[in-house]
Design a protein. Structure first.
Length: 549
């Protein structure tokens, strides 16, 4: 995505300066009482706010420059104070870390880099004490090349090879890959083994794709689910949920065609099986799909009543800074999930994309738009996912080539995803900004310009982005408790989007370049993302909540 997003407003216009949140209506301070939960009769995940923890970059307890389980446990009170209902933790399983944990060698243990199973259990127990649910990342599309199954396959075991996608090559001596498929990270999607056969990997060569046509694979992953459910996890984020099944003919990809293994109908049988497993456990266990689909309707197929509970709404994340684009995503998404009696999810950033403050233009403009976008997102029905650091207003970091570690950079020459993964700044005036004990830079270096963006600095500033997020999350809990999911789009000026949720909330966002008149339905101001200097007017790059009249 571009460094500067385009939309309904001239990106060169200056947004409001950071601060001045004194127009926020005061609210009661947050506690860790069960009253924070979703109202009775509605599963907790339907309207939750989930905080994504990129485990390597959240908090380091032992001083090696890499985040770990003990670091997460130590920082859980911060998340409770922030106001989230749950956390999603990226893969922490045993792994050679070629793709930072998304290459799993043992799905039933914690990598020593991050601690032990006992450390995980302690973190999970502390989270539950704080009334925070824990979602763990599951990677079913591929394993690590160091997984015992794949090592057996390389050693020539026919049974083990059937668990992956091995094929003979084409051309003289089979020296050409079986088809023209390309890896998501760049280069061919095939690597040749020493005996001459090729194996499929839609990502890095160290991440061989599993053969989901083999019943052993499905049985193994049901066992993995039960292992973590028995330990008490509340849910799973399913990596590459739209993948898994590879068409048997392995035909060449035609020009303009999406990858043939994406969104195959057989994946839905997998999730029907997993739904039954989750139902066996108390506590409203759940799963959310990372499914990059072509439309909200395709996304909604993953959340039918007998499949997964949620699927990420990447159409919201991918929308440009535009009221028209936001309106289309909202209306199409709510229509699609309504047909399957599910709720929507909303997300602006994660560990795989450029941070949204940067996508929206960066600097004061991007920050103003980012605050307006999150206020709009949190006003919508369903659950929202927040990526670590966005509550601090962090932007994408320009990581120098010598520090880059993303396989997408090395394999395909892409800029890669390191810039959104730089470790969190917690305190102090210089790196590592309290990320861990010691004075050295963490695994990805932090910019010195983050001095004013640390948690410590922002906690002392009532006008900070962190203070804004805390106020928004607490206000959301008060305003939207118990209301339905119905949304009415209101008539407003071009460049703006406004919607109403019953008798509880009117939300409006101005993506245009001019001041906009508020809709007649907007009554008393609840809070806004920037100053409202003129009554009845919403400035550019600003969103606000009102009580309906």
């Amino acid at each position: 995505m571009s460094r500067r997003a385009t939309g309904d407003k001239d990106p060169g216009l200056t947004g409001p300066a950071r601060g001045a949140w004194d127009w926020i209506v005061p609210i009661p301070s947050r506690t860790s009482s069960p009253a924070r939960r979703t109202p009775l009769g509605s599963p907790w995940w339907r309207h939750s706010v989930c905080y994504q923890i990129y485990v390597r970059s959240f908090a380091d307890a032992n001083g090696d420059g890499i985040g770990d389980m003990a670091g997460i446990e130590q920082r859980l009170p911060y998340l409770a104070e922030l106001g989230v209902d749950s956390v999603w933790i990226t893969p922490f399983y045993t792994s050679p870390q070629h793709d930072h944990g998304y290459d799993v060698a043992d799905y039933r243990d914690v990598d020593p880099l991050f601690g032990t199973l006992a450390d995980f259990d302690a973190m999970l127990g502390r989270a539950h004490e704080l009334d925070i649910r824990v979602i763990v990342d599951l990677v079913p599309n591929h394993t690590s090349s160091e997984h015992p199954w794949f090592q057996d396959a390389l050693a020539g075991s026919p049974e083990a090879r059937e668990r992956y996608v091995f094929r003979d090559g084409r051309g003289r001596d089979g020296a050409t890959p079986p088809n023209n498929w390309r890896s998501i990270f760049g280069g061919p999607a095939w690597t040749r083994a020493e005996d001459g056969q090729w194996y499929l990997h839609m990502f890095d060569g160290t991440q061989p794709d599993l053969n989901w046509w083999n019943p052993e694979v499905g049985d193994e992953f049901e066992s993995i689910l039960r292992f973590w459910l028995d330990r008490g996890v509340d849910g799973f984020r399913i990596d590459v949920a739209h993948g898994l099944y590879t068409p048997g003919d392995l035909a060449d990809k035609r020009r303009g065609e999406k990858m043939p293994m994406w969104d195959q109908p057989e994946v839905h049988e997998v999730y029907r099986r997993w739904h039954k497993v989750l139902e066996e456990y108390d506590g409203e266990r759940m799963a959310v799909a990372e499914a990059w689909t072509d439309s909200p309707e395709a996304m909604a197929r993953y959340i039918r009543s007998d499949e997964l509970q949620q699927a990420f709404n990447f159409h919201w994340l991918g929308a440009r800074w535009s009221a028209a684009a936001f309106r289309d995503v909202v209306t199409e998404t709510l229509a699609a999930v309504g047909l399957v009696d599910a709720t929507a999810t909303w997300v602006l950033s994660n560990h795989d994309v450029v941070r949204h403050v940067t996508r929206y233009g960066g600097g004061p403009v991007g920050l103003a738009r980012g605050r307006a976008a999150v206020l709009t997102m949190l006003g919508l029905p369903g659950s929202s996912y927040i990526y670590q650091g966005e509550e601090l207003g962090l932007e994408e970091v320009e990581v120098e080539p010598e520090h880059r570690q993303d396989p997408a950079f090395f394999r395909g020459g892409q800029v890669g995803r390191d810039g959104c993964r730089v470790p969190m700044p917690w305190s102090g005036s210089a790196p590592p900004f309290g990320f861990g004990p010691g004075d050295g830079q963490p695994w990805l270096p932090q910019p010195r310009a983050w001095e004013d963006l640390t948690v410590e600095a922002q906690e002392q500033d009532a006008d900070s982005t962190l203070s804004f997020y805390r106020a928004v999350l607490a206000t959301r809990r008060e305003v939207t408790a118990g209301i339905g999911d119905e949304v009415t789009i209101l008539r407003t000026a071009p460049g703006t989007l406004a919607f109403r949720r019953g008798e509880a909330l009117v939300c409006m966002v101005n993506c245009g370049s001019r001041n906009a008149k508020l809709p007649s339905e907007a009554g008393e101001l609840i809070l806004s993302s920037g100053p409202l200097a003129t009554p009845g007017i919403l400035p550019p790059d600003t969103a606000a909540w009102f009580r309906p009249v």
